[in-house]
Design a protein around this ligand. Sequence first.
Ligand code: 4AD
Ligand code: MG
Length: 431
Amino acid sequence: MTSILVSQLAEYSGQSVSLKGWIFNFRSSGGLYFLQFRDGTGFVQAVVEKSGVSEAVWGACEQVTMESSVALSGTVSEHPKKPGVFELRVDGLKIIQRASEYPIAKKEHGPDFLLDHRHLWLRSPRQWAIQRIRDAVITAIYAFYHQRGFIKIDTPIITPNACEGATELFGITYFDEGQAYLSQSGQLYLEAAIMSVGRGFDFGPTFRAEKSKTRRHLTEFWMMDAEAAFVEHEDSMKLQEEMICAIVEHCLMHCQQEFTILERDTTPLKKIKAPFTRLTYTEAIKKLNELGSDIKFGEDLGNDDEGLLTRDSSVPVFVHKWPASIKPFYMKVDPANPDLVLNDDLIGTAGAGELIGGSQREDDYEILKSKIEAEGLQGEEYQWYLDLRKYGSVPHSGFGLGLERTVGWIAGAEHIRETIPFPRLINRFKP
Ligand code: 4AD
Ligand code: MG
């Protein structure tokens, strides 16, 4: 008998196999048991017929509880009316561990209860599907960059300085060396690395001590930063657009079962094609005022503004060339207007919010130095970063994609806390 995974059932139609996993639900009727079995690669119904199994097997069946771990053996049979749907006709069942009464029942639970039980909640089909989509997004990103000559560069998490503004830093005491911080983005280090490798991307946890309690903010989240030498503002937006299309296409191709479990209508995803809408910040403010927002030039976009801007769009919207005054020091000044910078935020459709933030980088030593000083940052901590503008400086651009926001957008999840295995929010870091 061959030991297989649920994902391989189709290859074993009519054959005797064994499987190991968990029973997530069951019912009995007369001389039959219907066990809902999962092994992590998929789900299958296992049918036990009293007249067809030994007394010991039937007895084990009667002992099964929700989430008990089991080893099953039986014959794979294709559903007579639903081709491609398989069942297991059980001839053997062994309980590996009989589960205690499972705390997550079928009734509705509130978010706090579910988050307290995140270690178990992860097993539910919905959470399973979301984690699989997360994996598909990561896989698509690696493939996309490797096809385009980028290599993976691992940037540090313990850092001496701020990348995205000093107010949102998590501080740590670093032995006798003093104050250190958890990274907000690997960008600055990636800029150094691409002067060696030309094109690079990182992918890792990033930290923001933001007091934001919204459905789009985590204090620990995963970011993919990409950076490329000799790529300027317009080409950077093109790259971002191609990456988003490649991610969506990959998920549509590989995650059909997951979308079905999530009851996610994929019609809107099929419309995510280049070119995306491009609005300058100036145009976006004008449009928002026309649509009834009272946002003023020089202000950051709020959630409602992002929603309004994408309301009638089937594709994500770039808002680019923002006022320098509300953006970080490293963004390159727009040669056509010194009050603006060559940056972009990519806003996802359907209320997903900002998926990507990026810019061309300031590559002039003196301008960058004065911007660092103007922001009141500690100049000596940025000397290495300024060095990059002293030894063969080149035009270059990059951007950071928030993994959880992207997964939430694709999966259609209301709150990004579902898109990371163990979410960290301002009021939660357990389990
Ligand atoms: O726009 P941000 O702050 O950009 C940077 O950090 C740049 N240094 C990236 C770069 O140019 N390499 O963050 C990038 C993305 C956002 O667009 C958003 O998707 C996500 O990271 N993000 C968050 N996701 C979840 N929770 C938070 N608190 C987030 N803050 C940012
Ligand atoms: Mg941003």
